[in-house]
Design a protein around this ligand. Structure first.
Ligand SMILES: [Fe+2]
Length: 281
């Protein structure tokens, strides 16, 4: 296997591996180490059945089941912990989640008490253009914060919202938030330490309905806006242009991601698994 860094800061392509059959223990260990060191790994040219993706993902840890809104939506997945991210319609209904709209910067399911460590996304069909996924290096963002801004978040806790998807839709069965102080979702430290490599990262989840505990709402909003300006600075980002057969594994503990919109008439079919993580600390 060859490891090719994706840019100066983070990310690596791993070439020469076929995930449709089990990797030996040494190869898996190396892959895991590259993933921890680089935050996101890309394996191109894969031809995977859902069961192959589930088996590979299980090597990274216990799997997190799909969000309730996605569970059991596709019969061919046979109740396995894997689901579709897709805009494709069948029988008048989307076969997966998130449609074709932009998905704003976020880290996956940070509203859980124990959010997923790894997310695994496999491209079965992609549009000719659009739908790119970008990643933001949150350890890099934390290091770049001016001292006074860093000082204001030290020891602070952030409330993460469970009600909205990254595409800005209210989840099925969720209540719309009218007061961010009463948002339903987990409360996590704003600076977290990676349990496997000890690096610190800014941990923001998503912007909508976020609230910094103990502050007036207006102060919380102003501080969050100042922090989010760094997330939106392209110098911390790497953008992936998908090809069918690509598989990405990213680390939600130190990266955020977003997705561009794409043509509503184009087909995009992605399969998603995720690995259970620990309580952020
Ligand atoms: Fe996501």
């Amino acid at each position: 296997m060859d490891v090719i860094p994706l840019n100066a800061g983070f990310g690596a392509e791993i070439a020469g591996l076929d995930l449709s059959s089990p990797l030996d223990a040494t190869t898996m260990e190396t892959l895991h180490a590259v993933w921890i060191a680089r935050g996101v790994i890309l394996l191109r040219g894969q031809a995977l059945e859902p069961a192959d993706q589930v088996a590979f993902s299980r090597r990274l840890g216990e799997l997190e089941p799909p969000p309730a809104s996605e569970a059991g939506t596709r019969e061919e997945l046979g109740g396995q912990p894997i689901w579709y991210i897709s805009n494709v319609m069948e029988d008048g209904r989307a076969i997966g989640s998130l449609g074709n709209a932009e998905a704003e910067w976020h880290t996956d399911m940070s509203y859980l008490a124990e959010p997923p460590s790894a997310s695994v996304l496999y491209a079965r069909e992609v549009p000719a253009s659009g739908g790119n996924t970008s990643f933001c290096d949150m350890a890099g963002v934390l290091e770049a914060l001016p001292g006074d801004l860093r000082g204001t978040i030290e020891g602070r806790m952030l409330r993460h919202d469970a009600s909205m998807t990254s595409a800005g839709e209210l989840r099925r069965g969720a209540q719309a938030v009218s007061d961010v102080r009463a948002t339903q979702g987990a409360v996590h430290p704003m600076v977290r330490t990676h349990p496997e490599n000890g690096r610190q990262s800014l941990y923001l989840g998503r912007r909508t309905n976020a609230y910094i505990e103990g502050l007036d709402v207006s102060d919380s909003e102003a501080l969050l806006d100042a922090l989010w300006a760094f997330v939106r600075d392209p110098r911390f980002a790497w953008e992936h242009v998908w090809r069918a057969g690509d598989l990405l594994v990213w680390d939600n503990r130190c990266l955020m991601h977003r997705r561009d919109s794409f043509d509503a008439g184009a087909r995009r079919i992605m399969l998603r698994t995720q690995v259970k993580g620990d309580r952020p600390r």
